[in-house]
Design a protein around this ligand. Structure first.
Ligand code: NAP
Length: 247
């Protein structure tokens, strides 16, 4: 086995699945993490194996809001022969949960659950897999968003925990410099949630490029950050210019 191993969280569907597919087709061995999308992820891994004529990855399951499940994920990845030998080349913090509700109506537990998903799990996974990442000369990429610095209606629980993730990553880029590179990718409005289709169309009208990108644009950005030898502490916007749009 001589492939580079990468763990992507929340990779059974949507942007994470596009990233897993791209990396498997580029020759990586991908740990496709899911919470519930086991069937979709299994199909993804099988299709990649058929296309490429080799084992391209495997599905790993964990609820990242549960500490012992995060510990289990760290053990599964660390104990894999490929990782024990060559280390872990990439760790992509992609898992998320996007919902909108007014501040007064959003229970503290919703916020706590997002804090566990967006901050606690990336903290624990990065810490637990650090030696494997170092061994491979690897790097970390967190998928954040373009929300910071502005107020967004009904998204306080989501935007504040994404801001925490971004700051955690920037801090680690400094603290781990020379050992492991750490970067963020900030997608614009790429793929609407079921509940926001109308709003999403109105957002796209304001994007300077007139489009904000496809799932594979996010995958390409993540692949770029994983392999660039010098970039660290960078936030790559893949958003069609949305973040510099005059509000
Ligand atoms: N879509 C966009 O246009 C957009 C815009 C800006 C930023 N982003 C960011 O880009 C990333 C990917 O976006 P997306 O829309 O593809 O994400 P998504 O569909 O909202 O979430 C990705 C995956 O996260 C997993 N997840 C949710 N709760 C979990 C938990 N408790 N434990 C473990 N996994 C959990 C889910 O896995 P299962 O399906 O297996 O349950 C889900 O498929 C996210 O970080 C998102 O915030 C996306």
């Amino acid at each position: 086995m001589n492939e580079r191993a990468v763990l992507i969280t929340g990779a059974g569907q949507r942007l994470g699945a596009a990233t897993a597919t791209r990396l498997m087709d580029e020759g990586y061995y991908v740990f496709v993490h899911v919470r519930s999308s086991i069937e979709q992820a299994t199909a993804l891994v099988q299709a990649a194996a058929e296309r490429n004529g080799r084992a391209c990855g495997e599905v790993v399951v964990a609820d990242l809001t549960v500490d012992h499940a995060v510990d289990g994920l760290i053990s599964t990845v660390s104990d894999h022969d490929l990782v024990k030998g060559a280390g872990l080349f990439g760790l992509v913090h992609n898992a998320s949960f996007y919902s909108q509700s007014n501040f007064e109506e959003t229970p503290l537990e919703t916020y706590r659950s997002l804090a566990r998903l967006h901050m606690d799990a990336p903290y624990a996974l990065t810490q637990g897999l650090l030696s494997a990442l170092e061994r491979a000369g690897g790097s970390v990429v967190a998928v954040v968003d373009t929300s910071w610095g502005r107020a967004w209606g009904g998204l306080a629980h989501y935007t504040s925990t994404k801001a925490g993730l971004r700051q955690l990553m920037l801090n680690l880029a400094g603290e781990l410099a020379g050992r492991v590179r750490v970067n963020c990718l900030a997608p614009g409005a790429i793929m609407a949630a079921d509940w926001e289709a109308d709003h999403f169309a109105s957002v796209l009208e304001k994007v300077p490029l007139g489009r904000s990108g496809k799932a594979d644009d996010i995958a390409a950005g993540i692949a770029f950050l994983l392999t660039h030898p010098t970039l660290s502490g960078h936030v790559l916007h893949v958003d069609g210019g949305w973040s510099i749009h005059e509000q």
